[in-house]
Ligand binder design. Sequence first.
Ligand SMILES: *Cc1c(COP(=O)(O)O)cnc(C)c1O
Length: 368
Amino acid sequence: MGLHEQYGLTHVINARGPFTPLGVSRSERGVAVATAQALGEFFVMEEVLDLADRVLAGATGAEAGTVVHCTSSAITLAVAAAMAGTSPERIAALPDTSGMASRVVLPAGHAVHYGHPLVQDIRLAGAVPVVTGTVDECTVDALERELSRPGTACLVLVSSRLVRGAEVPLADAVAAAHRHGVPVVVDGAAQDFRIAELLATGADLVLVSGQKYLGSPTAGIVVGRADRVQAVRAQEKGIGRAMKASKEAVLGVLAALHVRQETDLGAWRRAQEDKVERFVERAGALRGVRAAPAPDPTGLPFPRVSLHVTATGTGPDATALAHALRAGSPAIWVMDHRQGDGELLLELVPLTDPEIDTVLDRLAELLA
Ligand SMILES: *Cc1c(COP(=O)(O)O)cnc(C)c1O
């Protein structure tokens, strides 16, 4: 008997991407086995984290790496590290930042909301977010003006489809920060495929979630400059205690990195494109929708299915369709952030063929 039957839990088909309220992702068998093995054993955790440091450096080309509870906590700890460094007194004092540089600059369009406001991760360390520019536009000059003010601890940038407004060129923003001796932290939570690209901006630290596309247990992966990673690790004697990675998470990340290294990314990418193409072809036969492949706006290596709901006569509009999909059994969740414009997006990456058949059958019923 599966867990859903055992506990009477809702069966879900997740076409919404690595969405935290739905359990984020599916782990490969090798990751599940490593995680289960770790749960039955003791380790010297310092040794496990030193191992993670070496493996992450090797896998990403960064100087160093570590693992904390999740990306949300990695943001808090990266900010804490920028303020307190490795000073035991400062680490013990946080979130009281008396005597420390505590301004954290970020472009307004990067103050994203991913289930809670990112600025709260900054405030949790005791820092003061300095949201710069407007949601529509924040120039590098405007950032540089804020970065030049005294008491600036770091610059936080975000790489995510949630970012709003005109693009802030990340490498230029990093260079501006470095002109003023200010370190830069990039939140790339769902961007594990693009770590090298984000490191190439010159950022001091890049943060990604292990549990999103990498498919590890919940984990915040921190990679970048060795001294900055060391300062993040040092926070475990302070506020980081509440944000530590478990043994099974760290060893699960290592197993997931191994799976990623063994994956032929070209073949994986073609498989994702084929899956989307087949879906689009079959959805094209349905009334009341237009289907097309949609590339990821951040450059992730797979398309999604875009469904334009044409809502003629008695058919449901996009909002009603998303609602009806969720209300059925199994509950089908799709990306609905563009439903106001009549568009639903479906991410097929973790879906099995039978799940895809179920989604198409349900769409056919609801649009009949
Ligand atoms: C998912 C996400 C986070 C939070 O990641 P967790 O690992 O769940 O804490 C932070 N920032 C962005 C842009 C995200 O998409």
